[in-house]
Design a protein around this ligand. Structure first.
Ligand SMILES: Nc1ncnc2c1ncn2[C@@H]1O[C@H](COP(=O)(O)OP(=O)(O)OP(=O)(O)O)[C@@H](O)[C@H]1O
Length: 666
């Protein structure tokens, strides 16, 4: 038993089923094992809290009920197993008086047995569903909180300490070390990127570039890994808990019949079985992990094709996509073939051992029978003894192999625990560490000022930390619309990311004089979710105003911006939820026009607009800008066309070498 437990734990600890992390090959194996085991316990502890939120939770009751059912089921199985022996005796003796009661009792037991087994399966599945609900709801809560879904899927590196909080939204600078280093350099007149990065490294408050906030397939972890983790735990934990007692009981029963040789033969048989089975199973666990990963990649490719079907069709790049898709499929199939071969050898061995296990009881019993131990038994009693012993012996073998399977399943549970645990931990890190920036509002009477930017130096939050914008100073105030221009890739959207709080890879101050969340953003890529036309316009608000005036305005805007025909698609019902996906039926310009209605709907005082007219004609573009003025919205807009300059009072232009210029347009 000990070797079994050790084998299962070792399987997990040595990390065979996971690809070895780069750079870890030369590290001390023992400490790596201990480290992995500690991690496993840490993640398990976290997950157990989700599984049993309280003593009174539904999952606690279900689990206890399941445990009771499993114990009773073992008792019934034992009783049912002894019926054949009793039938042997009754039939050999031609004892009709005992036959009918025995037949009725056995039928009743069999019905109860079937009922208990079905209840066990039912509760196990129910528990799996309840646990999945608990974990997934909790994960969703964190995944959608603090924009975790964005950080987990973007190539963004975290920062390693609170000292790195570079956003300064009030009057008291917090990032003294970092800011002062940068400022000193600037005072000395050093403007190149390297000295700033060197300063970062020696100051001890550097970014932790080894810690990337990207996990592979977070969607797979939430949708699949959680599901299989919950059902595996529901399946095996009750069995693990009762197995030692049931094995002890059957071991004792075989001992009572034939002495030590009974349980000893089973243990020896099982140890040989485990020694061969172990090396055959471990490589399969490795392959399963890789296969899961390849399944995720393959599914992602199909999803990607679905999302970008039109672009790919326009490029006429079917061949490239087909090659890539088939390449991904081939990788998956190759692993599946390998797994199948490995399973063939394992199953061959399992089948041989199962049949051998079937005759083991008779081989063991042959010894006392041929050495005349049971000479005083009548043939009928001997037949009953052989039947009973054969059942007990075979069931004991079954219990050992079941325990072995359970322990092997632990490595799959450990794998899923790790994947789900990593996700939970990563999300907590984003929440607790300094990754997300908390915006504060500077208390002031000047409500006409939206924010003020002081000495802002923005870096790309990747490994290289390239500086995009250096020492930027400006303020965004009412009725002073700002045009942001500059060559592609110079950092225009990145400035919005910093203001929004998506990136905190910057130094300097962003002082808000209005609630930061009241600023309305129109991102470069229009986004539409499923739902009614009204929901698309009211997005991102989920409390939709339905009064007559608003509806009338919406109908006017749809008319004005050439989107009236969209009403035909929803039977003139703004609240109708259509079958189609808005993103796939709208043209790029229509998407921009429909997104723009969101600004009109929300009427924000301040808005940040990222190339929101790049796909519409100039006439409509002018109308859109005029409407912004009409609703008295002050905006900063990123745009490339000269024709929009007249709608702005200030231009912030990004130049080469992270420099910029600000000029008046009036
Ligand atoms: N998550 C990211 N990880 C690494 N680099 C990034 C990331 N997001 C943006 N970048 C890089 O940052 C630079 C600035 O990007 P940004 O989106 O701000 O450009 P932009 O000026 O808005 O360009 P465009 O006019 O083409 O939209 C680009 O070189 C881009 O590749």
């Amino acid at each position: 038993m000990f070797s079994l437990v050790m084998n299962a734990i070792f399987n997990y600890i040595r990390g065979d089923e996971y690809p070895e992390p780069i750079g870890s090959r030369n590290t001390n194996k023992i400490s790596h094992m201990l480290d992995s085991f500690k991690k496993f316990l840490k993640y398990l502890n976290k997950i157990l809290k989700y599984l049993f939120p309280s003593f009174k939770s539904a999952s606690t009751f279900l689990f206890l009920f399941l445990l009771i059912d499993v114990v009773l089921l073992e008792f019934i199985v034992y009783r049912v197993g002894l019926f054949s022996g009793r039938f042997y005796k009754v039939l050999s003796n031609r004892d009709l008086d005992s036959f009918w009661p025995l037949a009725l009792t056995s039928i009743s037991y069999i019905i109860v047995n079937a009922l208990m087994k079905s209840i066990k399966d039912f509760i196990t599945n129910l528990l799996g569903i309840v646990w999945r609900k608990y974990i997934t709801f909790e994960i969703h809560e964190s995944y959608f909180m603090s924009k975790n879904f964005y950080y987990l899927q973007s190539q963004i590196f975290s920062e390693n300490s609170k000292e790195n909080v570079n956003i300064l939204v009030d009057e008291n600078p917090k990032d003294v070390t970092f800011s002062s280093k940068v400022n000193n350099r600037r005072l000395l007149g050093t403007n190149s990127v390297d000295p700033i990065l060197n300063d970062l490294n020696v100051s001890g408050t550097n970014f932790d570039c080894s810690e990337k906030l990207m996990l592979d397939n977070p969607d797979q972890r939430i949708t699949q890994d959680v599901k299989s983790l919950c059902s595996s735990i529901a399946n095996i934990v009750p069995l693990i808990l009762i197995s030692p007692f049931v094995i002890g009981w059957y071991g004792y029963q075989t001992y009572k019949t034939v002495g030590y040789s009974g349980p000893l033969a089973v243990v020896v048989y099982f140890l040989i079985w485990a020694m061969i089975n172990g090396p055959l199973t471990a490589p399969i666990a490795r392959v399963i992990y890789k296969q899961d990963k390849k399944e995720g990649d393959f599914r992602f490719r199909h999803m990607n094709l679905r999302m970008n079907a039109e672009s790919i069709a326009f490029y006429d790049s079917n061949k490239i996509e087909l090659d890539k898709m088939n390449h991904s499929l081939n990788e998956l199939l190759n692993i599946s073939y390998r797994k199948n071969w490995k399973e063939f050898i394992l199953k061959l061995f399992i089948n041989i051992s199962q049949y051998f296990g079937g005759i083991l009881a008779y081989l063991v019993l042959a010894i006392p029978i041929f050495t005349h131990v049971y000479d005083d038994y009548t043939p009928t009693d001997l037949a009953q003894l052989i039947s009973n012993y054969s059942f007990k012996c075979q069931y004991l073998i079954y219990l050992f192999t079941r325990l072995y399977d359970i322990l092997n399943e632990i490595s799959s549970i450990a794998g899923n625990t790790r994947r789900v645990g990593e996700l939970i931990e990563q999300m907590n890190e984003i929440k607790n560490k300094s990754f997300k920036v908390g915006h504060e509002i500077v208390s002031t009477e000047t409500k006409d000022k939206c924010f003020e930017i002081e000495n802002l130096t923005v870096k790309i939050p990747d490994f290289n930390r390239k500086v995009l914008i250096k020492n930027l100073n400006f303020e965004f105030i009412k009725n002073q619309n700002i045009l942001i221009s500059g060559r592609s890739g110079c950092g225009k959207t990145s400035l919005f990311r910093c203001i929004n709080g998506l990136w905190n890879s910057y130094s300097g101050k962003i002082k808000f004089y209005n609630e930061p969340r009241s600023i309305f953003y129109l991102p470069q890529n229009s986004y539409f979710n499923s739902g009614s036309l009204l929901e698309q316009i009211a997005y991102p608000s989920n409390q939709i105003l339905q009064d007559n005036e608003i509806i009338k305005n919406i109908l006017d805007w749809l008319n004005l911006f050439g989107l009236r025909y969209l009403l035909d698609r929803v039977n003139s019902d703004l609240n109708l939820v259509p079958e189609f996906n808005w993103s796939s039926i709208l043209s790029a310009g229509e998407k921009q026009r429909l997104s723009f209605l969101r600004v009109l709907y929300h009427k924000p005082k301040f808005a940040l607009l990222d190339e929101f007219t790049s796909s519409v004609d100039q006439e409509t573009e002018a109308l859109m800008y005029e409407y912004l003025n009409k609703i008295e919205c002050t905006f900063m807009s990123i745009a490339h066309r000269d024709t929009v300059r007249k709608f702005h009072q200030i231009e912030l232009k990004f130049l080469n070498d992270s420099n910029y210029e600000i000029k008046s347009l009036v």
